[in-house]
Write a protein of this length. Structure first.
Length: 229
């Protein structure tokens, strides 16, 4: 499972992701008949959000997280060391990052959000980009289509059904035939005191806050408990 959310308002950009890594297990019977693959959780503590402090840019990833038998975290560190300069901004980081992965893993089913503030006429303007490696795609998320007019809101990626299940109102038919609102399961967030290599009912969420006009990002973890009745 993997999902990321990027929220952009004039005062700040907030990036959030789950920390779960799952693998697909191919199954077959003793006679060799193939069964439906199953998805198995391999870890609940995988980094999917990265801060570039010198550029004031945040990056979040979803999709394939192990490329060439190396974690996405290791690739990000190498990208920062080999490709970036202090003067790079959010736009050049997005362009270089897509080129970096296209050269090494052109068929990777990996997507990214790249976000940060860029000075335009002396004003800090949020820029949020979506990049998809396999499709060699790069597009800005926080402008009206066909224009440069900035819009504020949120964008997400990954297993969007998980996010939709949390955010989208749901209705069911009651016994008298009327539609009624479904009460959503509570989502409980609390500071994550430490990280343990265990799978638990709590799902650690990784958060990154980038304030407007500052290159200093704040990164934190919270434990998310989703209770289903």
């Amino acid at each position: 499972m993997s999902f990321i959310i990027t929220v952009y308002i004039p005062e700040a950009i907030v990036m959030a992701s789950d920390s779960r890594q799952s693998i697909t297990v191919q199954r077959q019977t003793p006679e060799g008949t193939k069964l439906r693959p199953v998805e198995v959780v391999s870890s609940d503590f995988v980094y999917k959000i990265f801060l570039l402090p010198k550029q004031g840019v945040g990056i979040s990833t979803f999709g394939e997280s192990v490329l060439g038998k190396v974690s996405i975290e290791s690739h990000m560190k190498r990208f920062e060391e080999e490709e970036l300069k202090d003067k790079d901004d959010v736009l050049s980081v997005a362009q270089k990052l897509l080129e970096f992965f296209r050269k090494k893993f052109p068929n990777a089913d990996t997507a990214l959000h790249i976000a940060g503030f860029k000075k335009e006429s002396g004003i800090s303007v949020p820029h949020v980009y979506h990049c998809q490696v396999r499709r060699s795609e790069m597009r800005r998320l926080n402008t009206k289509p066909g224009t440069n007019e900035v819009v504020y809101g949120a964008s997400w990626g990954g297993q969007v059904d998980v996010i939709a299940g949390i955010l989208t109102p749901s209705q069911i038919t009651s016994s008298d035939g009327k539609m009624q609102q479904v009460i959503k399961a509570p989502v409980i967030g609390m500071p994550c005191q430490f990280k343990m290599p265990l799978i638990s009912p709590y799902m650690p969420l990784e958060l990154l806050l980038i304030p407007s006009g500052s290159r200093q990002g704040l990164k934190m973890w919270v434990d998310l408990l989703m209770c289903y009745y």
